[in-house]
Write a protein that binds this ligand. Structure first.
Ligand code: 26Q
Length: 815
């Protein structure tokens, strides 16, 4: 993009005076951020429009990424980097007396996602635009995103994330593209002259869907794609009659009920919530998005749908948007008069499904009464899809009633969304090699046997533009200096670093960069949380959602063990360590919240114990989010990836750590397996039970945690300290956690996630980490080799894999 400094300064000033009646001198306000962002957007509009016309003119096959979540984070820094105008913008702002860092910090995160799945969608959009692929992201413009977490008395407390308190300068509201979505009512039939039945809804609740578009700017290209998020409102406004009668609450009830749909992101990252509003959200954005696609399509091709599947491929980000399948059937049949078979032929060539979870209990299902009540016509279509499917199953497996039952999309009063997806989509993929293998051979075995050609793997990736170039400028310059340029769009270039693996001067430079990043993180945490961090110490980091299967408990039990050794033996002097945690727990997930409280209690105890003498510190980063992640990854030495083997589908934080030169301390789970495959076992710390072993123990019910407690007095002691008042004056505080590990509660088996079984192996791996860290050159070499070998984990690679095997897109160059 060509950038005129003087023009830019003038634009910022003009916006400040015109929009906020302010002067450019007052530079620490959100208004200045808004004026700067809006001025950047000004410069993008032309390419944005050009991109759209190019796609229209070429009638380009397009990927539509349907996702209930897009965890975008901040846009300003990323956008000026992708536009390659960062230096120029910084200079212009400096001349105008504006401090860029202050401005950057004014932007609230667009936290429209829970974690991995939402952030993956954001990385994919970045890669698609950078690689010049026609793509649209479709989702929900939540008025409130992922809650703000504050720690009060060691407990997580949730506050609403009011990210639109000021306007969002990146979005453009497009009321001209409104569509209507219907809920409830009853299905009516009209017999048409041509002998066909016409189905339609009577007495339904009407909801208006209004699109807001945000530009997705490719790096170093003119391509600007679109993220289109839908907002819900009532077409009828409020009821003036009721208002006049002074029934104020009832007067706005209809309006509120519609607006509720896009009010707030559900903050749990494993289903099923079983809540009608959640289903409303799903249907709302799926129906709106399909109507949007069909409107553009029919404006060119009229009612001839024979080209629809050639021009559209719709990727379903987990089961959250699977209701789009029967909805497209409905739109094609009821609104566009296709026969069932014609419509089914279109649908089954259009949709592809990605699975992000192995946990069987997390698979989404809806009670029929809720589903049918909200979506009566769509429900009829699901029933018909299932009726035909079961008829097919019967003819293939006439005697296997068990299989027919297991695979039925509707069963025991529930609709199984994953089953609907697998049956209807032409592709089903997992997100790492192990995950896809487990799906194929275990969780989805029946389905993989029925539809073997549909199953494939697409190992996740992350965008190096945000997670290296933008988040870690020091390391980025180092890489350009030694590996050469070009890695920004071809991460395999990083392998050029390997030749410096034994070059002490280069390794020292790398150590200095890590050190400087650690100092930056320390100052930020001093400023925001008044936490003291020693940059000399090992920064050992676990940042991810709080989940039992991710085993933050294993980490904290090891910390308790270290604490015991240090406080009793003053001669025990491991290298100093800072254990850093960042995690949000779903609001209703009590045990996860209790683990947060435990981390904070252990932190309070250890950090204030004189005997520890700073050898270990524990820090809980409040309100972990994308913008915090960008400060933490560059400063990490150790990447904690310690999930129970077989439970983490992929992980993507693991890749961000590797890219930033942290060494993986992990189990052979998810993408960790591929990470060590690339990095080399000698450059990571791998421990613990394998997925196969866990699977066998699960099946045989052969696991008894008492065995491990009895063998390891350190473990027994640490466990006991959960309930003896060591970390909380009330010994009841962590009783439930203790019981869940040792005895099992609420009919669950004890220690479902094998924390105690892996404790000893984890402690030994941690000792290896400590020993390796004291050899500074040796550590730097491992760091360098990790960076050099992480090319595979770019989301650019992932996208090229999707394009080659599933999406079959062509690159469209914008001239
Ligand atoms: C479902 C129903 C009702 C309410 C909420 C949900 C819900 C919401 C979010 C269920 C799941 C999620 C998010 C799942 C997720 O983030 N999975 C992660 O996806 C990453 C990207 O593929 C993987 O790297 C992680 O391993 C996986 O845990």
């Amino acid at each position: 993009m060509n950038f005129d400094k003087e023009q830019f300064k003038a634009a910022v000033q003009r916006r400040l005076t015109r929009d906020f009646s302010k002067d450019i001198g007052q530079n620490d306000t959100h208004d200045v951020y808004d004026a700067v962002a809006a001025s950047v957007l000004d410069g993008v509009i032309k390419n944005w429009m050009k991109t759209r016309s190019a796609y229209d003119a070429r009638r380009a096959r397009t990927i539509y990424y349907l996702s209930a979540e897009f965890l975008m984070g901040r846009a300003l820094g990323n956008n000026i980097i992708n536009l390659c105008i960062k230096d120029a913008v910084l200079e212009a702002l400096k001349e105008a007396g504006i401090d860029y860092n202050t401005i950057e910090e004014q932007e609230p995160d667009a936290g429209l996602g829970n974690g991995g799945l939402g952030r993956l969608a954001a990385c994919f959009l970045d890669s698609l635009a950078t690689l010049n692929y026609p793509a649209v992201g479709y989702g929900i413009r939540y008025r409130y995103g992922m809650f703000e977490q504050r720690i009060e008395n060691g407990f997580q407390v949730e506050y609403p994330d009011n990210w639109l308190k000021y306007r969002d300068p990146w979005e453009i509201r497009r009321s001209d593209a409104d569509v209507e979505v219907l809920f409830g009512g009853n299905v009516a039939v009209r017999h048409e002259a041509d002998g066909r039945d016409h189905f339609f809804l009577e007495n339904a609740e009407r909801v208006t869907a209004t699109p807001y578009d945000t530009p997705i700017i490719g790096y170093g290209t003119d391509t600007v794609n679109t993220l289109r998020l839908w907002e819900a409102s009532s077409p009828d406004g409020f009821d003036l009659q009721l208002f006049n009668e002074m029934h104020y609450t009832r007067a706005v009830a209809r309006q509120n009920s519609a607006e509720d749909i896009s009010r707030v992101l559900y903050p749990n990252d494993s289903g099923p919530s079983g809540k009608a509003l959640r289903l409303k959200q799903q249907y709302f954005f799926c129906s709106a998005s399909l109507q949007d696609m069909i409107r553009s399509y029919t404006s060119v091709y009229g009612e001839d749908f024979s080209k629809f599947a050639d021009l559209h491929v719709i990727q379903l980000n987990d089961t959250h948007p699977v209701v789009a399948v029967p909805e497209l059937m409905r739109l094609l049949m009821d609104e566009h008069r296709l026969e069932w078979d014609e419509a089914w032929a279109v649908v089954t060539k259009t949709f592809a499904y990605t699975n992000h979870t192995i946990l069987a209990e997390a698979l989404e299902k809806w009670p029929i009464d809720i589903f049918q009540g909200l979506l009566p016509r769509v429900y009829q279509i699901v029933e018909e899809i299932n009726r035909r499917f079961i008829a097919d199953l019967r003819s293939r497996f006439p005697d296997d009633y068990d299989k027919q039952n297991r695979m039925s999309i509707i069963r025991s009063g529930m609709i199984y969304m994953a089953w609907l997806a697998i049956h209807s989509c032409f592709s089903v993929n997992g997100v790492a090699a192990l995950h896809s293998e487990i799906l194929r051979t275990k969780e989805l075995k029946d389905w993989a046997e029925l539809y073997p050609a549909k199953f494939n793997n697409k190992t996740n990736g992350v965008t190096q533009r945000r997670w290296l170039l933008s988040a870690n400028p020091r390391l980025a310059s180092f890489i350009t200096k030694y590996a050469g340029s070009g890695w920004e769009t071809d991460l395999s270039v990083l392998k050029n670093l390997e030749k410096y693996a034994d070059d002490d001067a280069v390794l020292n430079e790398l150590l200095e960069i890590k050190r400087a990043n650690k100092e930056d993180l320390a100052s930020w945490l001093k400023e925001t949380q008044n936490e003291f961090l020693d940059p000399e110490s090992i920064f050992d980091v676990q940042i991810k959602r709080l989940h039992e299967y991710k085993r933050q408990l294993l980490n904290i039990l090891h910390i308790i063990y270290l604490y015991n050794r240090i406080s009793e033996d003053e001669n025990f002097a491991p290298p100093a360590r800072t254990f850093i945690f960042g995690a949000k727990a779903a609001s209703g997930y009590r045990r996860a919240k209790s683990i947060i409280k435990l981390i904070n209690s252990v932190a309070a105890k250890i950090n204030n114990d004189k005997r520890v003498g700073g050898k270990i510190r524990v820090v809980f980063v409040e309100n972990y989010r994308v913008s915090a992640a960008e400060k933490i990854f560059p400063a990490a030495d150790v990447s904690e990836q310690i999930s129970t083997a077989g439970k983490e589908a992929s992980g993507t934080g693991n890749m961000k750590f590797m890219l930033n030169g942290a060494l993986t301390l992990g189990t052979l789970d998810g993408a960790n397996i591929e990470i060590v495959e690339e990095a080399g076992e000698e450059n990571a710390f791998i421990f613990g039970l394998r997925a196969e072993e866990i699977h066998a123990m699960d099946k045989e019910h052969s696991y008894n945690p008492q065995h491990y407690i009895g063998q390891n007095p350190h473990l027994a002691r640490a466990l006991n300290q959960l309930v003896d008042g060591t970390f909380d004056s009330s010994p009841q505080m962590f009783r439930e956690l203790y019981d869940s590990l040792v005895y099992g509660v609420e009919g669950q088996r004890p220690d479902v996630y094998y924390v105690l079984a892996d404790f000893d192996a984890y402690c030994r791996a941690q000792e290896e980490v400590a020993a390796a860290y004291t050899d500074r050159q040796g550590w730097a070499k491992k760091t360098l080799l990790n960076i050099a070998r992480c090319g595979k984990f770019s989301s650019d690679r992932t996208i090229e894999d999707y394009v080659r095997d599933i999406w079959k897109l062509e690159k469209i160059k914008i001239d």
